[in-house]
Design a protein. Structure first.
Length: 243
């Protein structure tokens, strides 16, 4: 893609029982507001029918709406951090070095991201939205599909992780897929102080899984009690995504 960052398929992962996730059905990315005409042709060529956009009003105001090929259905599922609804939309260029150090230095940026990652799993509103997302993925005619947030790493990252975990992909493969985001971070664009906000880290994922287990006991219980889904949804997802 020319202007769509962090674009990739969920495919190629293998499950614990030896099946493989299809590479031609589910894609993830950062926002599509700056998609070029060539990108739109590529999306059309992939047969994308549905795009799920997790961005909220603040994201849309800053970035603009997604550009989509003609005929693609847009499903808006706006997600916001319950502890920080406005996200990180401040103009950091106006901050002095001392102010930035006070806010993000001494590991504070890293800790902020760990806590935000945990809330993506523990927040009941967010869980309900992820459950709605899974139902949307399973809707007749929705696939091939793409889902995105702003950078395609946090909200999109957990959406990808829960789909892969649900169909039986081992946790280490899920982590490896999650960390691929860091290959798409533009070198030199972020200073060392702000880098924890720009990347993903295995500790962010580990914090999500810790909260999941501490709160619900297992992924199976999270699937039913938090997302409001059942075994039928899970089998339908396996039927859809696995070769």
């Amino acid at each position: 893609m020319e202007s769509i960052r962090n674009f990739r398929s969920l495919g190629g992962q293998t499950t614990v029982d030896g099946q493989r996730v299809r590479s031609d059905l589910v894609y993830r990315s950062a926002h599509l507001a700056e998609a070029s005409d060539s990108d739109l042709e590529s999306l059309a060529g992939l047969g994308i029918r549905t795009v799920f956009d997790f961005r909220n009003q603040g994201d849309l105001a800053a970035e603009g709406p997604n550009r989509l090929p003609d005929g693609v259905e847009l499903v808006s599922l706006p997600m916001a951090d319950s502890a920080n609804p406005s996200g990180l939309r401040e103009n950091f260029s106006s901050f002095s070095a001392e102010e930035l150090e006070e806010r993000f230095g001494n590991g504070k940026a890293f800790q902020w991201m760990k806590e935000a990652s945990a809330r993506s799993v523990s927040d009941p509103v967010r869980s309900s939205q992820f459950g709605e997302f899974v139902r949307g993925v399973l809707a007749r005619g929705a696939a091939p599909l793409l889902f995105n947030c702003s950078a395609g790493k946090d909200r999109t990252g957990w959406a990808a992780s829960l789909l892969l975990l649900a169909v039986g992909v081992p946790e280490q493969q899920v982590v490896d897929h999650y960390l691929e985001t860091n290959q798409h971070v533009v070198p030199g664009r972020y200073g060392e102080l702000m880098m924890p906000l720009a990347i993903v880290h295995e500790d962010y994922f580990a914090e999500q899984m810790r909260v999941l287990v501490d709160t619900w006991g297992s992924f199976d219980q999270y699937w039913t009690d938090a997302l409001g889904l059942d075994d039928g949804h899970r089998q339908a997802l396996r039927d859809l995504l696995l070769d």
